[in-house]
Design a protein around this ligand. Structure first.
Ligand SMILES: [Zn+2]
Length: 166
């Protein structure tokens, strides 16, 4: 059926058709070893940065790379169903969430749609502090099986360096 969907999505769907044709076999080829929690920023190529290929890691992305309840849920599943042990929390220096406050974001959503969002905006004024906060939350949550391999980083787009924070 014909809807007025965005042309961009149609380009991506055509790519998906080509990808399907390239696949040699279905399903993962090997166990996933690590989990990366990071920002959804499309300019931040975490696969290139860490040398990752498909099946190498679970990538949990959201606005800011914030450790939310849903990130903890996904990590708990990852550790139990896929036996992952290592976790990298990576924020990035050029994060767009530095440029807006929680109240500004919440107010903007409310102005657009007339409803005040029920979720915390979780904007970032300090990307390194956010990575540390996320790691501390993960290390202290009771639902994770493995907490020794949780490490926090910030990627600096200016220098290309990945700084370990904790
Ligand atoms: Zn970001």
């Amino acid at each position: 059926m014909a809807h007025a969907f965005s042309a961009r999505t149609n380009v991506l769907l055509a790519n998906a058709g080509r990808y399907q044709a390239q696949l040699q076999s279905g399903g993962p080829k090997k166990r996933t070893g690590a989990v990366v929690v990071t920002c959804m920023d499309a300019r931040f190529n975490v696969y290139a940065l860490l040398g990752l290929n498909e099946c190498d890691a679970h990538i949990l992305r959201n606005a800011g790379g914030v450790v939310t309840d849903d990130v903890i849920r996904s990590l708990a599943i990852s550790q139990r169903l896929f036996e992952t042990t290592d976790v990298m929390v990576i924020t990035h220096a050029a994060c767009g969430l530095r440029d807006i406050t929680d109240e500004q974001l919440t107010s903007a959503v409310q102005a657009d749609v007339g409803v005040r969002a029920a979720w915390p905006a979780a904007t970032l004024c300090d990307v390194t502090a956010e990575a540390r906060r996320g790691v501390a939350r993960l290390r202290s949550t009771p639902v994770l099986r493995h907490t020794n391999g949780i490490r926090g980083f910030c990627f600096d787009e200016t220098t290309g360096e990945l700084h370990e924070l904790c």
